[in-house]
Design a protein around this ligand. Structure first.
Ligand SMILES: Cc1cc2nc3c(=O)[nH]c(=O)nc-3n(C[C@H](O)[C@H](O)[C@H](O)COP(=O)(O)O)c2cc1C
Length: 356
C-alpha cells in the first residue's frame, strides 16, 4: 500500500499516523516507539514548567532520532477567585471523605499556572520540528516566531468554523476532533453551544472547507475507522485511546483493565475534573460533581484543585475519583506495547486494502 501523501511528506514520516498527545498518559517511551515505527509520536507538555518540558523533550530525543511533535495547551491564564476556589475545595474534601480517599488539598498560595508562551524558548532551543496545540489558538507573535524557525504547526478543530479559523491564521495542518474522541475537547470558539459533531460528519465537511491537510481524531482504535477516515478525505489519523493500555502508558493498571470492559455507551462528556469538557468513563466523581451544579472556574483552575485528589485516588487504586479519559471506542483498546498497537493498526489497514 502506498502511504506516501502530502502529510507524510510535510511531516517527514513513513505512515500518516499520529499518536495523540495525552497529558498524564504519554511518556517519552511511547512517543519514541511510535516515531521509531515510522509514525509521528506526540509529547504533551501542556501545564508543565519550561524546565519539566525540556527534560521530557531531551529524554525523547535520546530514544529516537525520528521526528516527533510537542503538544501545547493554548488557553489563557486565568485569575483565581479565592472564595470560589476555597468553596470548591471544601466540596472536594467532602467527596474524598465519602469515598475513603485521603489527600491534601492544594495550597492556593503555591499555585502557579504556566502559559505556553513560557515554553516557546525551549521548543526553539531543542529544535522541535512540529508543534501541535489544543484548547485555543497560539497568538500571532508565537505563530510567527515558531514559523520563523521552520516549525510545522498543527491545530485542533471541533467544527468547520474552527478549522477555517485555523487555516486563516496560518496553521499548517488541522486535526478534526470528532465527538467520539477521548480526553478534552479542543473547542476554542465559545460563542455557540459546544460542537458535538461525530467524525463521520465532521471530516468531509472540514476537508471541503479548507485546503490544508486534515488529520482525523476520534474513535480510531481499529483499522476500519482508520481506513474510513482516509476515504472521507483525511490525510492521516490521530489516535489516542488505543495507546492508554500500552506498556509505555502512565495509566494505572485498574484504568487499563477497565478499557476493554467499557461498552460503547459507558463514556460521558464531563466538566467535573477540569472545568473543560472532556470524554471519559463515567465514575462517581463525575456523578458527585454533577449534583453540585458548580459554577465552573476558567481552565485550568478546577484541574489544579482536583489534581491531588486524582493522584491520591490512583495511589489507592481507586478509579472512582480520578480521570478515566477514554473515547467511545475504548473497548477495542488492547494492553500491548505501543509499537505493537501501532503496527496492528497499520497492518490492519493494509489487510483491508488487500484481503488475501
Ligand atoms: C487520556 C487522553 C489524554 C489526552 N490529552 C490530550 C492532550 O494533552 N493534548 C491534546 O491535544 N489532546 C489530548 N487528548 C485528545 C487526543 O488528542 C485525541 O483528540 C483523541 O485521543 C482522539 O480520540 P480517541 O481517544 O478516540 O483516539 C487526550 C485524549 C486522551 C484519551
Amino acid at each position: 500500500m502506498n502511504w506516501n501523501n502530502a502529510l507524510t511528506q510535510l511531516l517527514k514520516i513513513k505512515y500518516p499516523f499520529v499518536q495523540a498527545p495525552m497529558l498524564g498518559i504519554t511518556t517519552p517511551e511511547m512517543v519514541a516507539a511510535v516515531s521509531n515505527e515510522g509514525g509521528l509520536g506526540s509529547l504533551p507538555i501542556g501545564l508543565l514548567s519550561a524546565e519539566k518540558a525540556r527534560e521530557l523533550i531531551v529524554k525523547t530525543k535520546t530514544l529516537t532520532d525520528k521526528p516527533f511533535a510537542v503538544n501545547l495547551f493554548a488557553h489563557d491564564i486565568p485569575t483565581m477567585d479565592v472564595p470560589q476556589t476555597q468553596a470548591i475545595q471544601e466540596q472536594l474534601v467532602k467527596i474524598s471523605e465519602k469515598y475513603g480517599v485521603t489527600y491534601t488539598p492544594v495550597d492556593l498560595n503555591q499555585v502557579r499556572h504556566f502559559s505556553y508562551k513560557e515554553q516557546l524558548d525551549v521548543l526553539i532551543e531543542e529544535q522541535v520540528p512540529i508543534v501541535s496545540f489544543t484548547f485555543g489558538v497560539l497568538d500571532k507573535p508565537s505563530i510567527e516566531r515558531l514559523h520563523g524557525q521552520g516549525i510545522i504547526l498543527i491545530g485542533t478543530a471541533t467544527s468547520v468554523r474552527e478549522a477555517v479559523y485555523l487555516e486563516n491564521i496560518g496553521i499548517d495542518i488541522v486535526t478534526a476532533q470528532g465527538i467520539e474522541a477521548g480526553g478534552h475537547r479542543g473547542t476554542f470558539l465559545f460563542d455557540e453551544p459546544l460542537p458535538q459533531v461525530g467524525l463521520i460528519s465532521l471530516l468531509p465537511q472540514v476537508v471541503d472547507a479548507i485546503r490544508l491537510p486534515v488529520l482525523a481524531a476520534g474513535g480510531i482504535t481499529d483499522p476500519r475507522p482508520f481506513k474510513a477516515s482516509m476515504i472521507l478525505g483525511a490525510q492521516g489519523v490521530q489516535v489516542g485511546t488505543a495507546f492508554i493500555g500500552s506498556d509505555e502508558s502512565l495509566a494505572i493498571a485498574a484504568y487499563k483493565e477497565q478499557l476493554s470492559k467499557t461498552q460503547d455507551t459507558d463514556t460521558v462528556l464531563t466538566r467535573a475534573f477540569s472545568g473543560r469538557w472532556a470524554r471519559g468513563i463515567r465514575n462517581s466523581f463525575h456523578d458527585e460533581v454533577q449534583q453540585l451544579a458548580l459554577d465552573y472556574p476558567a481552565y485550568p483552575i478546577l484541574n489544579t484543585l482536583t489534581g491531588p485528589l486524582r493522584i491520591a485516588s490512583q495511589k489507592q487504586r481507586n478509579t472512582q475519583l480520578t480521570t478515566l479519559w477514554a473515547g467511545q471506542s475504548a473497548s477495542m483498546a488492547r494492553q500491548k506495547s505501543s509499537a505493537e498497537i501501532f503496527r496492528s493498526l497499520i497492518e490492519g489497514v493494509e489487510k483491508l486494502e488487500n484481503p488475501t
